[in-house]
Write a protein that binds this ligand. Structure first.
Ligand code: FAD
Length: 421
């Protein structure tokens, strides 16, 4: 018995109740049952593909608490004023209409012997194969002075939706000439260029609305993704605005005080107006409760994303420890398709194709100035292994940068349709 529902964040009341010993969802009528926990980039894709490709031969249940999923991808463009919050929201109606049984609830425990998932609302969902894509949670105590109770004073805005809206509202309310601080995360974390695209988009907004404001970034890392491209853009558009303090200059020696609204970097205390704290990350808590994590993430087999701990339990996306792929929505979607194909093959004897993966991360630095980094990958016995890659170059023409931005627009439309359409 590996069920452990204690200490699950966000579901305290329901956890305290004794779950009925009944199965609440058993619609399969003898069909194999796949349960997917988490309806984000990885989970929505996996559920949709298994339902679509099995043509009703597999019973698919998706467990996701939110009625609307707000993408983190493109959320920086919302901060910059290029997108609205509604542009980022995606509902589950189309997935449901395509045959996925969508259950809006939290999964609060997994019994790997009985093969059931416990719900916060009560009852269990039985499975033959369980796929989890719960995203990330934050490591307690990662930034001195910051905890989840401070996320309103100092938002992370690293899970989509209300946190992103809060950060945008705080930036809009900054006094003229005020200070925006970011505490950047250590590796590995969700979306390697994400913090730096955010800095660019905040700077873009401030240039138009608060031109004497300043940005300070405290970063534990000595270098970061697409650094040359970002720093070239920062010098071109936002000269004198951004002070990036990397790990070699004390950027990792940081604490915050959410009551006083101060940030202390390598002993120097600064009063700030907005503080975006992005703490170190780990797999979404349910993966830990299922007992498939080692350290902070869940080690998986590259060929099908099954966990090293349990061949019938798969972990996708940011929660997985898979090898060379960055933690991104594109990666989660790519891994989900490999997993969906393998799970369908295992349950219905359909053809399984060799695992191939790809990823591209686009970032917007200024208006029509898009850059990208990407790669293709294959499954080896040890890990998902990089085959070849590409990255934008410094000094590219404005036309090429505009074309790269337009490519990202096409990508966003296409990939969200692939997940939720
Ligand atoms: C600022 C920013 C910018 C980004 N930009 C890009 C980009 O341009 N391109 C890109 O590819 N990626 C980008 N990303 C990264 C991308 O958002 C993530 O890598 C991706 O969402 C990971 O997918 P996932 O399925 O692992 O997790 P998520 O998409 O976070 O989905 C997890 C889901 O699981 C649900 N869940 C969690 N726990 C439970 C539970 N116990 N029971 C039921 N449901 C649960 C959550 O509600 C959530 O809906 C960005 C991220 C950020 C923060």
């Amino acid at each position: 018995m590996k069920l452990n529902r204690r200490g699950f964040i966000g579901s305290g009341a329901a956890v305290a109740t004794t779950l009925a010993a009944s199965t609440v969802f058993a619609n399969g009528h003898g069909k194999p049952r796949v349960v997917v926990v988490g309806g984000g980039a990885g989970g929505a894709t996996a559920a949709r593909y298994i339902a679509k490709d099995s043509k009703g031969a597999i019973d698919v249940t998706l467990i996701e608490p939110s009625r609307v999923y707000y993408t983190c991808f493109y959320s920086n463009l919302y901060l910059g004023g290029f997108k609205t919050i509604d542009d980022l929201g995606h509902s589950y109606g189309t997935i449901a209409a395509r045959g996925v049984n969508v259950v809006h609830d939290w999964a609060v425990g997994v019994d790997r012997d009985a093969k059931t998932v416990a719900l916060a609302g009560g009852g269990f969902v039985p499975y033959d194969k369980l796929i989890m894509s719960p995203g990330i949670d934050f490591i307690d105590g990662a930034v001195e002075g910051w905890g989840l109770l401070s996320q309103n004073a100092m938002p992370h805005a690293y899970k989509g939706g209300s946190q992103t809206e809060l950060l945008k509202a705080q930036i809009a309310e900054m006094p003229q000439g005020g200070t925006f601080a970011m505490v950047a995360p250590p590796n590995p974390y969700r979306c390697p260029p994400g913090p730096y695209e955010r800095v660019s988009m905040v700077a873009h907004y401030l240039k138009a609305n608060n031109p004497t404001a300043k940005i300070i970034v405290a970063d534990p890392k000595p270098k970061f993704s697409k650094q040359g491209l970002f720093q070239e853009g920062w010098a071109k558009y936002y000269s004198g605005t951004i002070d990036w303090i990397g790990g070699d200059f004390g950027g990792g020696n940081v604490s915050v005080d959410p009551n006083a609204m101060t940030v202390t970097i390598d002993g120097e205390v600064t009063k700030v107006d907005v503080c975006n704290v992005i703490p170190a990350m780990k797999a979404g808590r349910i993966a830990e409760l299922a007992g498939v994590t080692e350290g902070n993430f869940a080690p998986v087999n590259a060929a099908d994303m099954s966990t090293k701990a349990d061949a019938d339990l798969y972990v996708l996306g940011d929660a997985s420890q898979q090898g060379d792929m960055p933690k991104s929505g594109f990666s989660a979607n790519s891994q989900a398709k490999v997993c969906a194909n393998a799970v369908r093959g295992a349950l219905t004897d359909s053809k399984v194709f060799p695992a191939k993966f790809s990823n591209t991360c686009w970032s917007l630095i200024g208006t029509n100035d898009g850059v990208k980094v990407g790669a293709t990958y294959e499954a080896t016995d040890e890990k998902i292994s990089k085959v070849d890659g590409f990255v934008s170059a410094t000094g590219e023409s404005a036309d090429l940068r505009k074309a790269t931005y337009e490519e990202s627009e096409g990508w966003y439309a296409g990939i969200t349709a692939d997940m939720f359409g």
